[in-house]
Structure formats: C-alpha cells, structure tokens
Design a protein. Structure first.
Length: 257
C-alpha cells in the first residue's frame, strides 16, 4: 500500500492505494499550522480508524501548493510512518513533456492532474480542476503540456461577495431551482453557479477554436466540479479521484525497483 497526499490551499486530501485500488480517503485542513508531531499522530490515528497500520505502507508521495506546511508534514511522515516521502517537483518523472515558457512555475497539483488525465483518457485532453482556483490545463495528443488557464474559483467568488459587501450573507454554494431568482440567497447562488458554468463553457469553446482540437476530451475534478459538470455537456467526464490517481501514477513511475 502507498499513502498519497494532496496539499491544497483549503484541505490536505489523503488516499491509500492497494496497487491501483483506492482503499480509503480522508482530509485535514491545510489552514491550521501544526507541528511534525501533530501531523504524525493525526495521520497514524486516521490510518488506524481506516484499519490500516503503518507497517502496511510501502511509501508516501506528496504534492503541495502550500510551502509553509511542508517542513512539518514531511517531518511528521518521516518520523511516524517510517519513510521519507517522495515530493512532486523538479526532477520527478512524469511521462509528459512540460513545454511551457517556465516549467518551474507550474504547480505540482496541476502536473499531477494532467499526468492522471493523459494516462487515463489519452490526449488531447483539457483538465479542469475546480478548487480554490479554477484551472484549465491542456495536454496535446503526443503528451505535451504547454497551456494553462487560471481563474478565480467559485469559493473565492463567493467569499468576495459576502466579505466585501455589507449586506450580502454567507450562502451554501449550490444550484438554485431557477436562474430567475426572486430573493437574495438564490440570487447569489444563481450568479455563482451559472456564472461558473458560463465561464467554463466559454473557455472550453475558445480552447477548441484556437487549437482546432475538435476531438478534445474534457475532464473535470475538484470539490465543486460535480455541480458544474452535471450542468454542461462540454464536460465529458467528472473524475473525483483524478488528483489522487495522478499521485499514485507518479509514485509508480518514480519508485526504486
């Protein structure tokens, strides 16, 4: 078994794989600073609750967009799980060619997603990740990753509404019964959800127009991706485990034989 760890701006999402089978998942917040001991003990407890002992783990791989948690997290995993984790970053074998102007600027989470999408669905493929930011990453048919689009995520937009306007409340992000809202809460929900759908469809159409990829596969992931994917025919696949699968694939490509 291996432990895969995706450190995002909001959550740390963990998964345990037995070969290619995702056995279990669990989450921690990434907004709270912890010591290495705290990370180690929490991870051990979460693994035990899921009937997994550290002796069953062969190793760990981490992709992180939050540098400030890495020292403590890596230290906790190394001390309490017994092996130093593999880190997604420069020098790791991916199976794709990163041909953007500055490959070092590309976030590890985006690399993980495109590796998984290309391995699972082939190319050309456009990968949408609805996280804190909404990202659109393109991999060509021959495995080149050179194009990425970054937009504010739906949670960022929602937070801006209720934090920067005095009278608008915090609302649940969900699709309202109709876009024709008649009161404040559904009005905000309509703007957030239908606005994201409109942005998504326009960007996909523009990518197809400028690349000429009429056979483009569009794959979505991320916490709020299901809401958007269910409302548009432009997204062909919603894959909730895409990022964790990508970490597993990268671990397999880079493990010492």
């Amino acid at each position: 078994m291996i432990l895969v760890v995706d450190v995002g701006n909001t959550n740390i999402t963990c998964g345990v794989y037995r070969e290619k089978e995702l056995v279990t998942t669990f989450r921690l917040t990434s907004k709270m600073l912890r010591t290495s001991d705290e990370y180690g003990i929490i991870l051990l407890d979460l693994l035990r609750v899921n009937n997994i002992e550290k002796s069953q783990l062969e190793g760990t791989i981490i992709a992180s967009v939050v540098p400030k948690v890495m020292h403590a997290l890596v230290g906790g995993i190394t001390r309490y799980l017994g092996t130093p984790p593999m880190i997604v970053g420069a020098g790791i074998k991916t199976g794709i060619r990163i041909t953007s102007e500055n490959p070092k600027e590309i976030g590890p989470d985006r690399i993980v997603d495109v590796v998984a999408a290309y391995e699972k669905y082939g190319g050309p493929v456009l990968v949408l990740d609805f996280g804190t930011a909404t990202t659109y990453d393109l991999v060509s048919e021959d495995g080149c990753f050179s194009v990425g689009i970054t937009a504010p995520g739906i949670r960022i937009a929602a937070k801006a509404l209720w934090e920067d306007t005095a009278k608008l409340p915090e609302v649940e992000i969900k699709k309202p019964k109709s876009i024709l809202a008649t009161e404040t809460i559904s009005s905000m929900q309509a703007g957030l959800v239908y606005g994201q759908i409109g942005q998504t469809e326009y960007i996909i159409r523009q990518v197809i127009k400028e690349t000429g990829y009429e056979n483009l596969k569009v794959v979505a992931t991320g916490g709020l991706g299901r809401i958007i994917a269910d409302e548009t025919d432009y997204i062909q696949v919603y894959d909730s485990s895409l990022t964790l699968d990508g970490l597993r694939i990268l671990y397999e490509k880079n493990r010492k034989k």
